[in-house]
Design a binder for this molecule. Sequence first.
Ligand code: NAP
Length: 324
Amino acid sequence: MKTIEVLATGTMMPLIMEQLEATFTLHRLPAAQDRDAFMAAVGPRIRAVATGGHAKMDDAFMRRLPKLEIVANFGVGYDSVDAAWAGPNGILVTNTPDVLTEEVADTALGLLLMTVRELSAAERWLRAGQWVGKGPFPLTAHTLRGRSVGILALGRIGKAIAKRCEAFGLTIAYHGRSEQKGVPYRYYANLVEMARDVDILISVAPGGPDTFHIIDAEVLRALGPQGILINIGRGSVVDEPALIRALKDRTIASAGLDVFENEPKVPEELLAMEHIVLLPHVGSGSQHTRRLMGQLVVDNIVSWFSGKGPITPVAETPWPRPKG
Ligand code: NAP
């Protein structure tokens, strides 16, 4: 397969780079200032792209790769790839579902507990010597006891979060574009109504235009002054300025956020708030899970060029694996 030319759009894990380099002719996308010349010279020969959330794969970019057959995305969320354009233009898009589901759900529960029980503030209290100086950490205003959660986007990760929430004795509801058969949780067709009825709103919704800012000022008002928002999905789903206002004026009680609108930049107003929890997008971030994700990126490209079809194509390019 050495004659097949593959492009990596950024620094990816050694596991990915080493295997792609050994199997194909691998190119690395250069820094922005040298990109035009590179794309003109090498672009016409590229047949596969390995990419991640760090690079925007829009139609303008893909048009410069006329022989492109497959975009293999590192991550289950592929909102940085214009799959809706790729599909009709004959370009397959793959992502890395399933292998990260349990890890992200674990992180979501960690973030939930940290936020509700103010665990990071409690640790800061201890480390700053305040346990000795001022006494015990103040009792937390919030608890998970007797509480309800509403999950926005009950997909693979949403269901794994729900399973964990069940074990914690929480009442569970969900919102998505349609009701799911065989799911034992209450379905809300309307996100505002669900936010009004639950204590904690957990978002694990994908990014992209359809979910842009669907958690807005109205949803936050409905969540209310005792309400807590957990976002482990995508930053773009939450109207961040509206969230900052809601946290400042206590329209909602608190938030636990693993994802942000303009990563890795986090608004100063959020950084300054002691009563919320902020994580640097670590949902799937264990070596174990990232290795599985990286391997799936490589395996999708190898499988495609071996004539075995994609392993994990996205919904917009549901191309089958050939029989036999
Ligand atoms: P999934 O199985 O495809 O589930 C996505 C869910 O989103 C579906 O159940 C779908 O339900 C719902 N959905 C889609 N569009 C919607 C809309 N407009 N309104 C409401 N619900 C909508 O994906 P997954 O594997 O669970 O991953 C979900 C997302 O988690 C990813 O896309 C990614 O953005 C995020 N993620 C974050 C991290 C992290 O490190 N923080 C790690 C991995 C993934 P309906 O079809 O019923 O609407």
